[in-house]
Design a protein around this ligand. Structure first.
Ligand code: GS8
Length: 212
């Protein structure tokens, strides 16, 4: 019997993008169910009773929650095509470390840059995070080496091209090249929502919060 795969998602979510990229990299067909986060369907709390958040992957009726855990699951189940995590245990641990760094540090800065008045300080901290990531990238085309993988897809949805007065060109030139390389991949570009639409969504949310 063919696998039944559904992704509960919201088009504005960077976490959902990670899962969409992983599914695209593996060439997996799935049903995309868009959730309205202001008025969630009964399926969302049923499938993610603890956090009630998207993304949720439903594979043959069983749910998997939390974007990084979902991506690892996808990589384990569909291991034959486009491996996302390295096979060496130490390199795997390193990859998980950097994805966790994105969740703990980079995401916090992005939230503050976009949705608080503390954007200057957050911008400085964001650049510091990017510099650390650039150090990890080094001269490699992707974080894992020659091939696009787990750290790339975990980080690319949280890469801000432009914000405040910061010049990424001057601060992190290698990361700019890396981001362009990632965005040229179809699995990545087709997993992102229309950037203009996302920009409008961010603007509206900023207005609601009384920023600008
Ligand atoms: C974060 C998911 C999340 O914040 C992950 O999957 O990696 N750590 C989790 N999802 C948000 C939408 S993205 O901004 C969400 O579902 N929010 C709904 C809510 O909080 O009620």
């Amino acid at each position: 019997m063919a696998d039944e795969i559904t992704l509960l998602n919201a088009w504005t979510s960077p976490f959902g993008i990670r899962v969409r990229i992983a599914l695209a990299e593996k060439g997996i067909n799935y049903e995309l169910k868009e959730e309205n986060l202001q008025d969630k369907s009964p399926l969302l709390p049923q499938m993610n009773p603890v956090h009630k958040k998207i993304p949720v992957l439903i594979h043959n009726g069983k749910s998997i929650c939390e974007s990084l855990i979902i991506v690892q699951y996808i990589d384990e189940v569909w291991k034959e095509t486009s491996p996302l995590l390295p096979s060496d245990p130490h390199l795997r641990a390193q990859a998980r470390f950097w994805a966790d760094f994105v969740d703990k540090k980079v995401f916090d800065c992005v939230k503050r840059i976009l949705f608080t008045k503390d954007d200057k300080e957050a911008g400085k901290e964001y650049i510091e995070c990017l510099k650390l990531l650039e150090g990890e990238l080094g001269e490699k085309p992707y974080f894992g080496g020659e091939n696009f993988g787990y750290v790339d897809l975990s980080f690319i949805p949280f890469y801000l091209q432009k914000f405040g007065n910061f010049s990424l060109e001057a601060e992190c030139p290698k990361l700019i090249t890396w981001a362009k390389r990632c965005l040229q991949k179809e699995s990545v570009s087709k997993s992102f929502a229309d950037l203009e639409k996302v920009g409008d969504f961010i603007e509206q949310r900023r207005k609601k919060l009384g920023i600008e």
